[in-house]
Design a protein around this ligand. Sequence first.
Ligand code: SF4
Length: 503
Amino acid sequence: MLNVSNSADPAGCKAKASCGDSRGPGDMDPETWEKVKNHPCYSEEAHHHYARMHVAVAPACNIQCHYCNRKYDCANESRPGVVSEKLTPEDAAKKVLAVASTIPQMTVLGIAGPGDPLANPDKTFRTFDLIAEKAPDIKLCLSTNGLALPDHVDRIKALKVDHVTLTINMVDPEVGERIYPWVFYKHKRWTGRDAAKILSERQLEGLDLLTSNGILCKVNSVMIPGVNDDHLAEVNQKVKSLGAFLHNIMPLISAPEHGTHYGLTGQRGPTAQELKALQDRCEGQMNMMRHCRQCRADAVGLLGEDRSKEFTLEKIREMDVEYDLDKRQAYQTQVEAKRLETRKAKEEGLKALEDVTTDLKILIAVATKGQGIINEHFGHAHEFQVYELSGGGSKFVGHRRVDMYCQGGFGEEDALDTVIRAISDCVAVFASKIGNCPKDTLKAAGIEPVDRYAHEFIEKSALAYFKEYAEKVRRGEVVHIPRGDAEIRTGALVSAGATGEDA
Ligand code: SF4
């Protein structure tokens, strides 16, 4: 008899319609769908097909968070606040055109630091002005801590920036004073509970102003165990009541080598299951984003990849940049055709599952380069996408960063260990190819290596696997053992081969 594990999760998604950012055109009004359909951060489905870029034009910040320190010339770390080079608005516009002409599926330009865009309003708005003029089809996006937000809503609206992300980690200053040592407001530095109170009031005022002006808002919250983990459900309710579209609860990134306050004082981040349990708990309240990669402030490419090193200022100067709107649109028409095929494949998978009745719920990990296809070798994956499978269907529930197992043509045992720790809550791992060596180690860890669905659609294959799995369980060929938890990787990148992963 084969012993296979089950990650039962009573708090999981009960109805597919509540699965937030995986929703499609039938689940929202046409105007909102138009805004989110090609936005890789606002639509989980779009993130398999469309790319984004950040430009690092905003170095200054007006608050201090205990999880942040900004680095301006760092190529090896991948987390918010880190960039390789700061840009002027003019350089940023050149870079956007260079990326848009090379990566036609790049649809979104975000300004997310490395400081706070609204603590650098002239640079931020000048950049948006230039891009709106030169590349009018690109969506403009802004991420802010919210302290200066109420002063800039009119300008944001006038520039047609219709997606704004606000980081809100608390609505209670008592919690806030453990996250923010100070804020700089009205020419004065505030500390302690006063600082947190000012920040919270300004954030909520800004959110209210944005949503009442029809601007789509995503709220980011960093989950900090023992500090705000219990409090984030309250944050979720508050931001929902103020009209936020999406809530993105992210794990704290904290490692001593980052040099942040939390990193140096040993504050841990959540485990994979702690994060998922909180996201599941909040999911009934509003749409949850689970595919955020906590990108660098100069990230370029699909979420989960970073091509920023191809677009340094030096390289852009040598590039032949031709911004051709027709070419971009023609390419995106092809992307839409592929996206439709992926959606149809998922529908077929769901149809095949109709006759299966089971309470089972399992997680699987998938190696993919994008487009909703199992098209990455196990040894080349620098992240795995995790799906939850149940009788109700499949749902994307997150990603796990890993060191690539295959380094220079050889398997790296230490890296394999990190992969197993990162996906140890999964019953199986899907990849286009898996070598015999890692296969044996995966099996010994209770994770089934699956490469028989190479180059097929992820969700259709995953649902077929789940159906088979449930039948084996019913026939008594499989026994469930709770899989337990997994590690979220938050340390600095150590592998040169891992080309600028998103944090
Ligand atoms: S940090 Fe998250 S929300 Fe921002 S671009 Fe990356 S994936 Fe999207």
